[in-house]
Design a protein around this ligand. Structure first.
Ligand code: KG4
Ligand code: ZN
Length: 347
């Protein structure tokens, strides 16, 4: 194959993103540009992403986002050899906006269209950043997802387990809300936990006593609520130290569960005797230092390479969509104008 320039488009949640990726045979793919336009300010007052507001913002911003990505990459629309777009899973309004734009560009330019599963985008990122060889183990952990995957190819994944209710990021965000800490909750809970005593309050370790890699995080919220209300009743309010101790206890529970389930996932993966064993993490929660440290130690014990891509590529972006699109395209995948937006699309 020749040199390829791929445009990636992502609009499945609350980030409008476009990126340009360059592939040259025999070389690692290169990100020429990656533009992410967040919508945090639009949703802040609602305590969560409002689908209608997100859809409208994507429709308004996508055009300019693509224009910016092209100009940052210093390429013009006619230089684009293929268009990769997130076709799901996600909020239907946003996904539709992206898919419609991609179809228009594909038809107008006469260039191939590749529909990408958003989760595949996250799952293939360690190949883009670190050139990991298949098969590798992946923990995808964000505000919307939590699962262990063995990644075998751009269209081949084995799911080993995941959350049966809330995603951990969601749990961090709810915790912050219950303690009146700022959103997004992950960073503020992590910060508060730094000064806290993880042993002062006992939080449950859900599903730890059950075999397998499934996790549950919704029960933690109930335990936390009870703890908070007891403190408020006893002291008339929450002190900073109470908040810190609750955050530390909550984070320790999440870390314990994730590390133990990761141990099981890793052991399952290692039974396949991969040539170059590697464990990668992606998603917004991958920013958490305590969670990272637990997984890093685990990998060191098992002599497995631990990979955590840079945060801007761990969170939602379009470079990962362009990259997944590239791999799919090189493997012979191509979509036509019947490409549908799929709000639910398991890997
Ligand atoms: O991947 P992401 O940017 O968006 C999606 O959910 O798709 O992840 C955002 C989530 C939020 O729930 C946020 O609270 C969480 O990642 N997060 C963290 C940290 N930084 C972000 N959770 C725990 N610790 C952090 N340091
Ligand atoms: Zn995502």
């Amino acid at each position: 194959t020749d040199r390829l320039t791929i445009l990636g488009i992502e609009s499945s949640c609350d980030d409008t993103a476009a990126a340009v990726l360059r592939h040259e045979p025999g070389k690692p793919a290169r990100i020429l540009s990656s533009v992410v336009m967040g919508q945090e300010a639009l949703h802040r007052d609602f305590g969560g992403v409002v689908p209608e507001i997100a859809a409208r913002a994507h429709a308004v911003k996508l055009d300019g986002c693509v224009t910016d990505a092209l100009s940052e990459a210093d390429v013009s629309l006619t230089d684009i050899d293929a268009i990769a777009v997130t076709a799901g899973p996600g909020l239907i309004g946003g996904v539709l906006s992206g898919v419609m734009l991609a179809k228009g560009l594909s038809a107008g330019l006469g260039r191939p269209l590749v529909g990408v599963n958003h989760l595949a985008g996250h799952a293939l990122t360690p190949r883009l950043t670190d050139g990991l060889a298949y098969p590798y183990l992946m923990l995808l952990v964000s505000g919307g997802h939590c699962q262990f995957l063995i990644v075998r190819g751009p269209d081949s994944f084995s799911r080993l387990g995941g959350t049966i209710d809330d995603a951990p990021g969601e749990a961090f965000d709810k915790t912050a809300r219950l303690l009146a800490l700022p959103q997004p909750g992950g960073p503020s809970v992590e910060k508060s936990a730094r000064d806290g005593d993880p042993k002062r309050f006992a939080f449950p370790r859900p599903l730890l006593d059950r075999p397998g890699c499934d996790m549950s995080f919704s029960g933690l919220k109930t335990a936390l609520l009870r703890q908070r209300d007891q403190l408020v009743a006893a002291e008339g309010g929450l002190r900073q130290a109470d908040r810190a101790d609750i955050c530390a206890g909550f984070q320790a529970a999440i870390c314990d569960v994730m590390t133990e389930k990761a141990r099981r996932a890793l052991d399952l993966y290692l039974t396949e005797a991969p040539a170059v064993p590697a464990f990668a993490i992606a998603g917004g929660v991958a920013a958490n230092q305590a969670i990272r440290a637990g997984l890093e130690t685990l990998c060191a014990e098992r002599d497995v390479q631990f990979v955590a891509p840079p945060l801007r590529l761990c969170t939602d972006n379009a470079a990962m969509i362009a990259y997944a699109g590239l791999e799919l395209f090189l493997a012979g995948h191509e979509d036509d104008m019947t490409l549908a937006a799929r709000p639910r699309w398991p890997l």
